[in-house]
Design a binder for this molecule. Structure first.
Ligand code: ATP
Length: 326
């Protein structure tokens, strides 16, 4: 009921009478009044005016299922939301939910992660209460080899949402990072459970540095946050709502062709490495080449100094700028 009340207050844009709330929800005035009391306790500023009703003036920066769901207008992404004050990692929780049969689109969100991860087991610094740690559980009916492309779908969605919510011209560092002014703002990690020829589930985790003021010594030169870039704080729930909206749209485009044909242009436009010299760090060799863009299946096309072009697969390598991270 809290979700519905929040939704009605938000969508009306003005006052909603106690009577309207009772009728719509089929509950008593006392029940409505109790929920309004709970919202106030959680930090919502709800104004109550005699003969007019309730009006929502401001919301706290909290990540609860009710807050998130009241902001979502999606068909499947985030229809089920599981929130943690503190957890190991949202990808781990989503995988457990995946094993337990949770539906496609289940969203896991945490206020803090104790063991957030990047690619190949690297740690993701996850401070409490100021950033976004979210994972979408997906059950796509596609061959397992196509699943890694979902990282790039998520990158397009996160970049679009970040631009829309903050105005920042964020870019994508192939394949899985969102950067701004050469520093890392967000990372994406896709993991999956498969049989030889079908996918049980895929989890795509997105970590975004939102209101972070300071990073640890190890990453302070390459990490940034929305706060550091814009000087203002951002309400995390609004950004998450925008991400799930954009994800649904891009995922539909991905499914239409089962590749990135319809997203390639969007991705390449934001690709920070495009037309730049990059260092490709493989397991046994490192070389420099010019990055040209991605293919419809998500590999990075590079041109070597001798003019030959080749496709780089994300699983095998890391890409760096010639002088630094990008
Ligand atoms: P690759 O290019 O292979 O993806 P990467 O360094 O970008 O390499 P990821 O696995 O994407 O690796 O992300 C993990 C790395 O990101 C960590 O090793 C650390 O350097 C950096 N990092 C960790 N936490 C954060 C954070 N909160 N914000 C920005 N960067 C972080």
């Amino acid at each position: 009921m809290k979700t519905e009340i929040l939704k009605m207050l938000r969508e009306s844009g003005g006052y909603v009478s106690g009577q309207q709330l009772c009728e719509k929800l089929g509950v008593s005035r006392t029940a409505v009044w109790k929920v309004i009391g709970q919202l106030k306790e959680e930090g919502y500023h709800v104004e109550a005016v005699r003969n007019r009703g309730y009006r929502i003036v401001d919301s706290p920066d909290i990540l609860t299922a009710e807050e998130l769901k009241s902001l979502f207008h999606t068909k499947w992404a985030g229809q089920q939301v599981v929130c943690y004050k503190e957890t190991d990692s949202t990808n781990i929780r989503a995988k457990v939910l995946g094993e337990d049969g949770a539906p496609h689109g289940t969203l896991v969100v945490a206020d803090m992660q104790k063991s957030g991860k990047g690619r190949r087991g690297r740690a993701w610094e996850s401070k409490p209460g100021i950033s976004i740690y979210m994972t979408l559980l997906l059950r796509p009916d596609i061959p397992p080899v196509k699943a890694p492309m979902l990282t790039l779908v998520a990158a397009c969605a996160a970049a679009e949402a970040l631009k829309k919510c903050t105005g920042l011209d964020v870019q994508i560092k192939w394949p899985n990072d969102i950067v701004v002014h050469g520093k890392k703002l967000a990372g994406i990690l896709t993991e999956m459970s498969t049989e030889i020829d079908y996918i049980n589930y895929v989890v795509t985790g997105i970590g975004i540095n939102v209101n972070t003021e300071q990073f640890s010594k190890e990453i302070e030169n390459k990490a940034t946050s929305l706060f550091l870039e814009t000087g203002s704080t951002v309400k995390r729930a609004l950004l998450i709502a925008e991400i799930v909206r954009a994800y649904e749209e891009y995922y539909a485009k991905f499914l239409e062709t089962e590749d990135l044909s319809l997203l390639k242009e969007v991705y390449n436009e934001r690709l920070v490495n495009r037309d730049r010299e990059v260092r490709i760090l493989g397991n046994d060799k490192t070389y420099t080449a010019r990055a040209l863009g991605i293919t419809a299946t998500g590999e990075l096309i590079v041109r070597r100094q001798d003019g030959t072009e080749e496709k780089i697969y994300a699983g095998e390598v890391s890409v760096r700028g010639v002088y630094g991270y990008v």
